[in-house]
Design a protein around this ligand. Structure first.
Ligand code: NAP
Length: 406
């Protein structure tokens, strides 16, 4: 993107021409659009473009023809060269007054600036276990633990943001006598950590368990983590991943679809949005709509359920929590209730939300949920004359469709 800022006029009434591509979604999406706005409105236009999934090709001073503006980047001229009237822009959000005892708001980190691979497998950070407890109620299937590590003292400090993952290298050797390899886990805490001390990270780990040749096999790393005691030292790498980052927009809508421990990044997002101390620390005052659809086998397997119920009570206009409890509830066909069945039940509402440019969808957990979710969205989109298989890649390109499934 080339930015030219000729300041000849020097007043806030200066005009700027902004050429944007991939603006809008579905039938409204256009290859290229051109807006002419005054300097006063330039920033809110940029925010609106970001929310609407557009990519800025060029910004130039003056009410230029779009063809001239585009040619500055060497791009082909748009079919209609004349600039359009500027779009109707929302009023700038009203900032909530900061509580008097609040820490200064942490600066928001743009996605390009999010750090990865501060610590690599050859030279991992050695963290210390602070806490390790079960997240399950009596009668649950298996073991799922919440484990917190102290990251203090690193040089560099191991920082991360919500939606990233870290690697854990379990102690010991594999069947060939070689040191165990790292496994990646989605981070379940916000960048400030559960204790808001800015130097801890938490994971949500299920002990992997499966049958092979008549024997029960337990996962190496997940067992290492579920059994680990406070005080133990652990080799940590990362952080990695930019697929599941939250938008900066406090007015975004966030739809979250999680199975089991796929809840980890969602727990971090929801704490960032609704936990009172976290909100006070992060200075990010979410005002959009968040909707979590969570799939687990039994009620006793629900993870962080008390927190989510509390957020729903405290923020009824901003948070909705829908459960799919596969071994206790039946879907419309009489089978196990999976999250794709819940998506189907609410398909029109979900699709209408997705049509809003401010909406992002996050999916984490079992890959098996994806075909059912696509099917539900295909029908909801078709009812509005929209082809889902064309729209979904556009949402992905606009960084509004985020998937991390195994
Ligand atoms: P879990 O507690 O066993 O719950 C999984 C739920 O999904 C159960 O209700 C299960 O139902 C249901 N399910 C089974 N097949 C499904 C399908 N095809 N579509 C939709 N739902 C289905 O979960 P878990 O053991 O923690 O497993 C979560 C999965 O997420 C693991 O594979 C893990 O590796 C993955 N994961 C990925 C990430 C990531 O990508 N970053 C992070 C964390 C976890 P039934 O068992 O009753 O059939």
């Amino acid at each position: 993107m080339r930015v030219s800022t000729d300041k000849t006029s020097g007043s806030d009434g200066r005009l700027f021409t902004v050429v944007v591509e991939s603006y809008g979604v579905g039938q409204q999406r256009q290859a290229e659009r051109c807006f002419t706005v005054s300097f006063d409105r330039l920033q809110s236009l940029m925010q609106s473009i970001a929310r609407n999934g557009g990519r800025i090709r060029v910004v130039s001073s003056g009410p230029q023809l779009a063809s001239e503006a585009a040619s500055a980047t060497g791009a082909a001229a748009p079919p209609q060269a004349l600039s359009e009237p500027s779009p109707k822009l929302p009023e700038p959000p009203q900032a909530e007054p900061a509580p008097s005892n609040a820490k200064p708001a942490a600066p928001s980190v743009s996605h390009a600036e999010v750090l990865v691979n501060l610590y690599k497998p050859k030279d991992p950070f050695i963290g210390t276990v602070l806490d390790n407890y079960s997240l399950l109620a009596d009668g649950a299937i298996g073991r799922v633990n919440h484990i917190t590590f102290d990251l203090a003292g690193g040089d560099p400090q191991l920082h991360y943001v919500e939606g990233q993952s870290i690697g854990i290298i379990p102690d010991g050797t594999d069947a060939n006598g070689k040191p165990n390899k790292l496994r990646l886990y989605s981070i379940a805490s916000t960048r400030h950590g559960d204790d808001l001390a800015d130097h801890t990270v938490s994971l949500c780990v299920r002990q992997l368990e499966y049958e092979k040749d008549g024997q029960t096999i337990f996962g190496v790393c997940s067992t290492f983590l579920c059994d680990i005691q406070p005080g133990a030292k652990v080799k940590i790498t990362g952080p990695v991943g930019k697929e599941m980052l939250l938008p900066d927009d406090e007015e975004a809508n966030i739809i979250m679809l999680a199975t089991g421990t796929g809840i980890a990044p969602m727990r971090a997002y929801l704490r960032r949005m609704f936990d009172p101390s976290e909100r006070e620390s992060n200075g990010w005052h979410f005002r959009g709509k968040a909707w979590l659809i969570m799939g687990v086998p039994k009620t006793a397997n629900l993870l962080y359920d008390d927190d989510f119920n509390r957020y729903e009570t405290e923020y009824p206009d901003n948070f909705r929590y829908t459960k799919a409890i596969s071994r206790e509830q039946l879907n419309a066909k009489g089978g196990r209730m999976y999250i794709q069945d819940r998506v189907l039940e609410h398909a029109d509402e979900i699709f209408t939300l997705i049509e809003d440019q401010k909406t992002h969808v996050y999916m984490c957990g079992l890959r098996g949920m994806e075909p059912g979710i696509d099917e539900a969205m295909t029908a909801a989109a078709a009812a509005k004359g929209i082809n889902w298989s064309e729209l979904r890649p556009q949402l992905k390109k606009a960084e509004r469709w985020h998937v991390e499934t195994y």
